[in-house]
Structure formats: structure tokens, C-alpha cells
Design a protein around this ligand. Structure first.
Ligand code: GLN
Length: 241
């Protein structure tokens, strides 16, 4: 029987917009296939051991919480780098996504990220809120849906690719039609929803990457009865409101 270990990074600080629902979704979609998932919360002051985890999740938060979490992350930046180097799957949402990048220049200060993604974020004048539909070449079907709520504008540099191309919504910066970012198994996105229950195919893709990392072979997950999830997803594709 397969077993995965998930680290939930700073859940007390970064937990906006139902971020934790993503962790529950990974857990349930694994459990339904008899895959055990051990979940460990890493809170302020707690050590992250890169050898222990197959998936790291970091949720969304506002500037003040991001500032505290950034200090925590940077204190053990090398441990996170080691995890990413060994293909641990990372998923960062919104504020957490910004911290996986190089820096977030808020209106009042520069917040240092841990640079797992070659991205940087500058606070914008407007807040982008609304439904998003984007297409990602990594998953099948390609459409990802979610809800964005951010004022940070994120730009991708060489070495990192975008997660998806926006069809509806602003995505990373409202200019270049990119949404989210990916480098190896490190993923970041602005999409709430939470994103994973709204996009079961994306969840399964991440689980498969984590199983491949842990067991050093490709694992094809058995399909689940996803009628409700797929209908919800289909209904949201292309919807502005
Ligand atoms: N402070 C960030 C922004 O507004 C993140 C917001 C969030 O996580 N919802 O860009």
C-alpha cells in the first residue's frame, strides 16, 4: 500500500480563503484509493526535515502574516531547497505562492521569499478579484478553474514556466496572460476555490508526482467516481461570475 507524507507549512499564519481545503482534498483523494497520507503541520519555530516529506503545502495570507512566515521560511531555506531538489511536490497558493518566489515587494516593505520559483511579486494599485479559467498543458483536461483575490503582480523569470494561460481573469499580473508558475515539482498559483476540490484532475496530477518522487516509478491512479466534481468543474469553465 502506498503512503505519502505531507507538510502543511505555517497553517496558523497562512490559511485564507479555505486554503486548508486543498490539504483535505489531497487526503481524501488518496484515502479513497487506500493511499495513506500523514499530515504534519509545521508552525512557527518548528523544524522542517526535507527527508520526511513528499508534498509541502503553503496557503494564502495577507502581508502581515506573509512577513512572519517569510522570516520562518528563510531561517530554514536550505531545507526547503533540499526538498525541492529531491522533487518533493510543493503547492503554494496566493500569499504562499508569492513566498515560494524570490521576493514580494509590498507597499511598505520587501518581503524575502525562498526562491524555489524564479518569480518576483510587486504590490499593485488594484486588487484582482473574480473567477478564473486558465489552460494548463500539464493536465488533462487542460482547464483549471478558481477564484483570484490579490493585489500582488507576479512576474516569471527564466528557469520557471507558467502553470497555465488565462482565458478569463487576470492571473499573475493582468498583462501577460500567465497564471501561476512551475519549476520541477514546485507549483504556485493565485487560484483559490480552494483550487484542488474544484480541479480533481490537477489534484491527481500532484498526487502522481508525489508518488513518483517517493517510489521512483510512475504510478497511474485508479479513477474515482467524480461525477459531482466534474460537473462542478465543467459548470465553472468560462464563467466570469
Ligand atoms: N498579499 C498578497 C496580495 O494581495 C496575498 C493575498 C492573499 O493571499 N489573498 O497580493
Amino acid at each position: 500500500m502506498y503512503k505519502l507524507s505531507l507538510a502543511h507549512l505555517y497553517p496558523k499564519l497562512l490559511n485564507l480563503h479555505g486554503s486548508t481545503g486543498n490539504v483535505t482534498t489531497i487526503l481524501k483523494r488518496c484515502e479513497w484509493r487506500n493511499i495513506t497520507v500523514d499530515i504534519t503541520d509545521i508552525n512557527e519555530g518548528e523544524k522542517f526535515n526535507p527527508q520526511l516529506f513528499d508534498i509541502c503545502f503553503i496557503g494564502s495570507g495577507q502581508d502581515l502574516q506573509q512577513e512572519i512566515a517569510a522570516k520562518e521560511l528563510n531561517q530554514q531555506k536550505h531545507a526547503f531547497w533540499d526538498a525541492a531538489e529531491s522533487n518533493t511536490v510543493f503547492l503554494g497558493i496566493c500569499g504562499g505562492y508569492q513566498l515560494l518566489g524570490e521576493y514580494y515587494q509590498s507597499h511598505s516593505k520587501d518581503i524575502e521569499g525562498i526562491g524555489l520559483l524564479n518569480t518576483y511579486t510587486i504590490a499593485g494599485e488594484k486588487r484582482f478579484t473574480g473567477n478564473v479559467t486558465a489552460k494548463s498543458e500539464f493536465i488533462n483536461p487542460q482547464e483549471i478553474v478558481g477564484f483570484e483575490n490579490h493585489s500582488g503582480l507576479t512576474y516569471i523569470k527564466e528557469g520557471t514556466t507558467h502553470l497555465a494561460t488565462t482565458i478569463i481573469g487576470k492571473g499573475n499580473n493582468g498583462e501577460d496572460k500567465t497564471e501561476g508558475a512551475r519549476k520541477r515539482n514546485v507549483f504556485g498559483t493565485y487560484l483559490h476555490g480552494p483550487i484542488l476540490p474544484k480541479n480533481p484532475h490537477f489534484t491527481d496530477y500532484l498526487i502522481e508526482l508525489a508518488l513518483e518522487k517517493k517510489y521512483d516509478k510512475k504510478v497511474k491512479l485508479e479513477p474515482l467516481n467524480d461525477d459531482i466534481e466534474i460537473n462542478t468543474h465543467k459548470n465553472l469553465v468560462g464563467k466570469k461570475y
